[in-house]
Design a binder for this molecule. Structure first.
Ligand code: NAP
Length: 331
């Protein structure tokens, strides 16, 4: 009898697992990178707490996700088409979900753009804004009313540290993420009234297809519309250091740990994923005039470039040592 009593908590936990309805999660941009890693992690949750709708704009790119999802495919993970630039595609996808009930929305789809603005077309810039900013707006126009009615839901947005601080030659990308941050700051107040949660995830560099695509586009860019000094700055300073920055500071998609924020009892409004990057974003809050981060980045890039490059090498070296986690979790 004593043994039966001792087993009660386990039996209770198993029962609870069976009785507790799964949370429905919709994630955008799951053909690669952060979206793919998150979808698979949630679908493989040991406690089977989630039903994941992993979406992508182009279903011919689903192989990598299918392979990573393995046995969860068709069970805790379903793949659906969703293009954040198409209201019709969002509507069709959301309406195909039972009762249109989405408990957790992860707005992840996004794209980058680098280079001197003189060499980018307005159309290219518009596509970045349309994907990174209006993509989120379109999703929320379709999903937010249902969440408000139910007075429950968590909206998680993959923003960026560039939603807090602009970086050389990332003018339009940073603008798109600033737009996301401003939009969410305003919406968060209303969300609170409806008991909804809103969280911005702000990664630094992450080693995904994003990095490769952006770099290759930068290398191919026609710089003839820029003056010599700007073209040289972009090629010989920005592009030259690009790979090194990702190799030294870059996290893997699995290290973004969005699930921790989703499961938190009181999820934060903002979460920066990379402790190595935090000193840079802190500069912004340290000076209300805004000069400190701009001066610091200027000096780092144009006056102390050798020290900057040496520090990146040093960080890269440290990251290969076993003491890495202990050293940096205390920062
Ligand atoms: N990598 C970084 O350094 C970094 C840093 C901070 C923040 N972020 C943010 O993290 C998010 C994910 O990026 P990632 O690094 O995982 O890059 P990624 O591997 O390139 O993934 C981006 C995903 O977005 C999808 N996408 C693009 N346009 C779309 C549209 N119109 N509709 C639906 N999906 C679309 C892509 O689909 P296709 O395969 O069809 O192109 C892809 O699945 C983005 O919002 C990005 O801004 C990335």
């Amino acid at each position: 009898r004593g043994g039966q009593v001792a087993r009660l908590p386990t039996i209770y936990a198993t029962l609870q697992l069976k009785i507790m309805p799964k949370k429905t999660v919709l994630i955008t941009g799951c053909s690669s990178g952060i979206g793919l890693a998150l979808a698979v992690k949630m679908a493989k949750d040991e406690q089977k707490r989630f039903k994941v709708y992993a979406t992508m704009r182009n279903l011919t790119r689903k192989d990598k996700l299918e392979e990573a999802a393995g046995r969860t495919l068709g069970k805790t993970l379903e793949i659906k088409q969703l293009d954040v630039c198409s209201e019709e595609s969002i509507k069709t996808c959301v309406s195909s979900i039972p009762d249109r009930k989405i408990d957790i929305l992860v707005s992840n789809a996004g794209m980058g753009l680098i280079g001197p603005i003189e060499c980018q077309t307005i159309e290219e810039m518009r596509t970045v804004m349309d994907t990174n900013f209006f993509g989120l707006v379109r999703l929320l126009k379709e999903i937010l009313p249902d969440m408000k009615k139910r007075k429950s839901g968590h909206i998680v947005i993959i923003s960026s540290v560039m939603g807090i601080q602009g970086i050389l030659f990332n003018d339009v990308y940073a603008a798109s993420k600033f737009a996301v941050e401003g939009f969410c700051e305003s919406l968060a107040i209303q969300a609170l009234k409806f008991k909804l949660q809103l969280s911005l995830i702000e990664p630094g560099p992450v080693i995904t297809e994003f990095e490769t695509k952006v770099f290759e586009d930068g290398m191919k860019m026609d710089l003839s519309a820029a003056d010599e000094e700007t073209a040289d700055m972009f090629t010989n300073i920005y592009l030259k250091n690009y790979k090194q920055i990702f190799q030294s500071l870059g996290q893997s998609a699995e290290e973004i740990h969005t699930v921790k924020i989703i499961l938190a009892e009181n999820p934060p409004f903002r979460h920066q994923t990379n402790t190595l990057y935090t000193p840079m974003t802190t500069l912004k809050y340290a000076d209300p005039n805004g000069d400190l981060p701009i001066d610091t980045f200027y000096k780092m890039v144009f006056q102390h470039d050798k020290i900057f490059s040496a520090s990146l090498n040093f960080i890269k070296l440290l990251s290969h040592l076993t003491c890495w986690p202990t050293v940096f979790t205390s920062i």
